[in-house]
Design a protein. Structure first.
Length: 543
């Protein structure tokens, strides 16, 4: 997927999308380590998780935006805005908003354009924060962008050379953060947000095959123990961490930033043409949200009481320091390395190998549930023949004090859609409802081969023919895969968002045929994933 791109003089939309994907993937792999670097026992302390969930928004680039690097950057930034969580996450989304603004109208971007985009991103990030502090992610953004501007002045500068300079300076800037923030020096760590940003850059460079391993010492957890962390700087005047996305009815919601600053601190604000995102610590979330409603409807709202968490941590520091079980975990079943990787990227803690003709045992599922070490585990079987085993595993797990909620997904696309709706900050019942609803809203179309002659619901099938399945039921048979996929896609009725998963037995002709036919559907958005699944050359999720 990511060929050797070193020495490139410019990049296009597909390369930028690949870079952002790898940035999110690298951040996801380092998320827990970055979380461990925090010294604040408040909701904003999940820096790695928040930044990862923010970067996940960059996956939502519609096919229509992939004709230019400017279009892809804008779509990615819009997705990140809506996915942004926490202080560092919102700042990261603002950076990529500024980054995208600088690339607007460009079909491709060379080193100088990308250097300008880095600088635009850093300026936007500083502008979004009411009271910018040095020694944070902002410093790393600014200083690495300045290094990029200098490198771009060279006539021989290429895209990979630019990234080398940007990453090198980001690394040095990150090392300097404890000198600018005494709390970091006391805890013995660099800034977590800055480390997350460097991690994103590292992942992006991987897509260019121009990558230097990040120093291991950056990911050392805070030396501050839990009881000491509970004494960290915390302004009790503003105990509610409040975030919202406003679907705007006005051209600009910029005054909302000023209002929020008058009612709290830690203000981060950003907006695009359609929405605005606000993060603030305040004493009255209701007043802030009422003000936000003046600018449009509220798309999402999140409020967390930091004072309660702060007090709880003080009262139970010993229990917290030895904490081994987390609140939620996710176990899912999949066949194919690509599908397994996708589930992991979406947040699954454990992927059990299995599927059609190779159903995992109850014990396999139970062992996976145990390994997650969570109080509540969401189990996605993704195959109708595994649902019963999953329910049995859930019953046995309850005897061991583990609550397992089986989301009865019977197809891989159902599992993907369901997992996308999982919210680690929501109540279990809410997650169960949302994940089940998401699974039920997906249609699945698949192609496989007949292993023998048969008559299925009046359809005569010959061994070796291609079978078309809709939601697990055989609905057609043809001698060619292309005819089969054409028949299936004609059965699509109103769906416009498609995930095409190709596996063993597929080829470029089949994938191309699927993309072409789906692309003819008005307002269609198409994602193509290498699943590696056996038996099914092509699986399509439609919603």
């Amino acid at each position: 997927m990511f060929g050797r791109l070193t020495g490139m003089t410019s990049i296009g939309a597909e390369t930028l999308a690949s870079m952002l994907y790898m940035g999110e993937r690298e951040l996801s792999e380092r998320s827990a380590e970055i979380n461990g670097m925090n010294v604040f026992p408040v909701p904003d302390g999940d820096t790695g998780s928040n930044m990862t969930m923010t970067m996940e928004g960059a996956r939502k680039i519609p096919e229509s935006a992939m004709s230019s690097v400017g279009g892809a950057a804008k779509a990615a930034a819009s997705g990140m805005l809506r996915s942004a969580r926490g202080n560092s996450g919102v700042i990261l989304s603002v950076f990529f908003r500024g980054f995208a603004d600088a690339l607007s109208g460009l079909e491709t971007a060379g080193a100088s354009e990308l250097a300008n985009a880095f600088s635009s991103g850093a300026r936007a990030a500083y502008g979004a924060v009411e009271s910018p502090a040095e020694g944070t992610i902002l410093t790393v953004m600014r200083e690495s962008a300045e290094a990029g501007e200098k490198e771009a002045l060279s006539a021989q500068c290429t895209v990979d050379k630019l990234f080398s300079s940007v990453i090198s300076e980001a690394s040095e800037s990150l090392k300097r953060t404890p000198k600018l923030l005494p709390m970091l020096a006391k805890a013995g760590v660099v800034d977590a947000g800055g480390c997350g940003f460097l991690t994103v850059l590292s992942g992006m460079a991987k897509a260019l095959n121009n990558h230097t391993e990040l120093p291991a010492e950056f990911f050392r957890a805070s030396s501050t123990d839990v009881s000491a962390a509970s004494e960290a700087d915390f302004d009790e005047r503003y105990p509610y961490c409040t975030e919202c996305i406003v679907e705007k009815k006005v051209k600009s919601a910029e005054p909302l930033k000023t209002f929020a600053a008058s009612r709290g601190n830690s203000v981060v604000f950003t907006e695009d043409d359609e929405a605005a995102k606000l993060h603030v610590h305040t004493d009255d979330p209701g007043v802030v949200l009422s003000e936000a409603l003046k600018y449009g409807s509220l798309y999402t709202v999140k409020i967390e009481n930091m004072k309660l968490q702060h007090t709880s941590l003080k009262e139970s520091s010993e229990a917290a320091s030895s904490f081994s079980a987390k609140k939620y975990g996710v176990v899912t079943v999949a066949a194919g390395d690509g599908i397994a990787s996708l589930f992991e990227e979406l947040g699954a803690d454990k992927v059990v190998s299995g599927g059609q003709t190779m159903n995992p045992s109850v014990e396999d599922l139970l062992e996976a549930v145990r390994s997650v070490k969570a109080d509540t585990v969401f189990l996605l079987p993704n195959n109708k023949n595994i649902v019963f085993s999953a329910n049995q595993a859930a019953t046995l797990a309850l005897d061991e004090g583990i609550c397992v909620s089986v989301i009865p997904t019977t197809e891989i696309p159902q599992g993907i859609s369901s997992l996308c709706m999982f919210d680690g900050g929501a109540e279990a019942e809410y997650n169960i409802s949302e994940m089940k609803n998401a699974a039920q809203s997906i249609k699945t179309f698949a192609i496989t081969r007949a292993v023998r002659d048969a008559s299925i619901d009046g359809l005569e099938v010959r061994e070796g023919q291609y079978l078309g399945l809709e939601n697990g039921r055989v609905c057609c048979s043809f001698d060619t895969a292309e005819n089969t996929i054409e028949f299936l896609i004609k059965r699509i009725d109103g769906e416009t968002t498609f995930t095409v998963i190709y596996g063993e037995g597929s080829d470029e002709n089949l994938i191309g045929a699927a993309r072409k036919l789906l692309g003819e559907i008005k307002n269609s958005e198409i994602s193509v994933v290498e699943g590696g699944q056996p038996l099914y050359p092509l699986i399509i999720g439609a919603e």
